[in-house]
Write a protein that binds this ligand. Structure first.
Ligand code: COA
Length: 160
């Protein structure tokens, strides 16, 4: 049986830190669905369609990764896909509390779905989507931290 994991996030925008989590996940799971949450309430900078498109372009060459958008409860979407696990990355101890709370709540909602954490690569432990947006808006070079599909869009935004 092929083991499918779901990697959920807002991905506003997706960073090389997120890509690293997927790459590590692929060593354990057969397929990964990168699930881009709509999260309109979070007031994302990029639209849902743009966030999905950036992730799709990022993983275009990886047949074992699929990108899908979703709204509503993560566990419902994971069940619909037939996922056996939720994948998340931990960058530092500060991520732990929030991640542990989500993992525990998701387990109460769907006991059959296990959350797996991977430790982020050292070179991306300081990367976050909001820092990327801030640096790009001020004309800084975010090229080393984001996929090309994201860098291109951020450059275009900074010029408008
Ligand atoms: N590398 C780089 N950045 C990382 C990272 C990593 N390994 N891990 C986390 N981040 C950063 C992101 O850049 C982002 O930074 P920001 O706060 O500066 O913008 C932040 O951590 C978290 O973003 P992201 O990884 O996109 O995930 P999220 O925390 O926004 O995702 C959902 C939350 C979507 C998984 C959660 O809200 C959800 O499941 N929603 C659906 C509704 C639901 O089921 N709710 C009940 C949940 S119990």
């Amino acid at each position: 049986m092929k083991r499918l994991a779901i990697y959920p996030g807002t991905f506003d925008p997706i960073t090389l830190g997120h890509v690293d989590v997927v790459r590590r996940g692929l060593q354990v799971f057969d397929r990964i669905v990168v699930a881009v949450a709509e999260r309109a309430e979070k007031g994302p900078t990029f639209s849902h369609a743009e966030r999905i498109a950036m992730a799709q372009e990022t993983f275009a060459e990886e047949p074992r990764v699929e990108v899908q958008g979703f709204s509503g409860l993560l566990v419902e979407f994971a069940r619909k896909l037939g996922a056996v696990a939720i994948l998340r990355g931990l960058r530092a101890a500060s991520d732990f509390e929030y991640e542990f709370q989500m993992a525990t709540m998701n387990r109460r909602l769907a006991p059959e779905l296990e959350t797996f954490f991977v430790a982020a690569a050292e070179e991306f432990t300081f990367v976050s989507s909001s820092l990327i947006r801030e640096i790009a808006a001020m004309g800084g070079d975010v090229g080393p931290f984001v996929p090309e599909a994201v860098a291109r869009r951020l450059r275009a935004r900074a010029q408008t």
